[in-house]
Design a binder for this molecule. Structure first.
Ligand SMILES: [Ca+2]
Ligand SMILES: [Ca+2]
Ligand SMILES: [Ca+2]
Length: 400
């Protein structure tokens, strides 16, 4: 009762400037939908409504206590140095189609999202929805497994804002095996969005997952996530430039045996159709993937379900299998051209694998023993030092 009264009072105090918001003050909704025009740092959740722009205060620590939705037409600006601590459970930040986020971290002052307790899966993650196509439907739209909102459309160059120098720790809360947060989940995000210098660490499920869309991402560091470091599906077609991805053996367990650097799909609901919206075909340049031989999915790059891709300057180290292909359409793409160039395998038992009957896949890549990957071979590249809190990382750390 007390909570209800407080919520009603809070709502009334906040909606004065927004005449159309009374309906959203229902407390019956599981997802809190109170509009926020000012933010309570100790209870950071609710809805930033259309027409509203909120800028956080970097001198304060924000405790994310539920869902924070940035609505279509609303803007959330997070200045350099802001720290957001997330309470346990389905606490997450979600930006709706047409909403904008600006995470303005810097190399010396990143924005940090972390759990109130440091453990994998403690809180949700960051979810961005855009207007770029998903191949789950002819219209390019679908419903997000996270947040249950419509995403996608027809605008490949859609712009959801800017994410720069952000650290995401302890993410990956799981509702059930089909609904799991990744550190950063991009649903139909368009190429007009800027995503640079993102560090996901110690999270459950995947580090970053792209569900369709065409966002370009650069300078990504992903260490110690439960499933795949980088995952794509639904016709993802962006470019990833400079990616340093490493496992941490300490996190491998029966519940999360995942151990893939990349897991590439074309669509989960029906991999045999792309509904006219194309198969996944991103470009990955300058990437390092450090695994360890443990776990049931020790594959550097798992490319399947018709996914295509173009790779250049790639280091794959300490995986049982380097390149693991599945399905005829994926075989067809990689045997039809030179799409994996300058790859370097270090301590990889089986360089390439494909399910029978498959064509000979041994010629689909070109080796370069001097490939630099993310910039420094297996070692942490210079661009990843400092803002991540890391000063070094190498194969030994992935084995721990
Ligand atoms: Ca995932
Ligand atoms: Ca995955
Ligand atoms: Ca996947």
């Amino acid at each position: 009762m007390k909570k209800t009264i407080l919520r009603a009072a809070l709502c009334l105090s906040l909606v004065a400037a927004f005449s159309s918001t009374a309906i959203s003050c229902s407390s019956s909704d599981d997802e809190t939908t109170e509009n926020v025009s000012t933010v309570d740092p100790s209870n950071f959740q609710g809805k930033i409504a259309a027409g509203t722009s909120i800028t956080l205060d970097a001198t304060k620590v924000y405790n994310l206590t539920g869902r924070l939705l940035v609505e279509k037409g609303a803007t959330l600006i997070i200045p350099a140095g802001t720290r957001i601590t997330a309470s346990a459970g389905a606490t997450y930040l979600i930006v709706d189609r047409g909403g904008k986020i600006f995470i303005n971290g810097t190399a010396t002052n990143p924005v940090v999202f972390e759990g109130t307790t440091h453990k994998q899966g403690h809180w949700g993650g960051i979810v961005i929805l855009g207007n770029a196509p998903s191949n789950r439907s002819a219209s390019g739209t679908s419903t997000s497994e996270l947040g249950d909102l419509t995403y996608g459309g027809t605008d490949n160059s859609d712009n959801s804002g800017l994410i720069k120098y952000v650290v995401i720790k302890d993410s990956g809360f799981k509702y059930n095996p089909e609904k799991e947060f990744n550190g950063l989940s991009l649903f139909g995000v368009g190429s007009g969005t800027t995503i640079s210098y993102v560090y996901v660490t110690d999270g459950a499920d995947d580090g970053i997952e792209c569900f369709g869309g065409s966002p370009n991402l650069d300078h990504l560091v992903i260490t110690g996530v439960g499933d795949d470091s980088f995952d794509w599906t639904e016709g993802y077609r962006g470019t990833v430039n400079f990616l340093y991805a490493a496992r941490k053996k300490q996190y491998q367990n029966a519940a999360e045996p995942g151990n893939r650097g990349i897991e590439a799909d074309t669509q989960d609901t029906d991999p045999n159709t792309t509904n006219g919206n194309g198969t996944s075909n991103p470009t990955i340049n300058n990437a390092t993937f450090l695994g360890n031989a443990g776990g049931s999915e020790s594959q550097g790059l798992k490319i399947r379900a018709g996914s295509q891709g173009k790779f250049d300057n790639i280091v794959v180290a300490n995986y049982s299998t380097g390149l693991d292909f599945e399905t005829d359409r994926t075989y067809g793409w990689f045997t039809s051209g030179s799409y994996i160039k300058n790859i370097r395998f270090i301590n990889v038992a089986t360089l390439v694998k494909a399910k029978a009957p498959a064509p000979d896949m041994s010629g689909v890549f070109t080796i370069n023993a001097n490939a630099s990957g993310a910039g420094n071979g297996t070692a942490l590249p210079d661009w990843a030092k400092g803002w991540t809190g890391l000063t070094s990382f190498d194969v030994v750390d992935a084995m721990n």
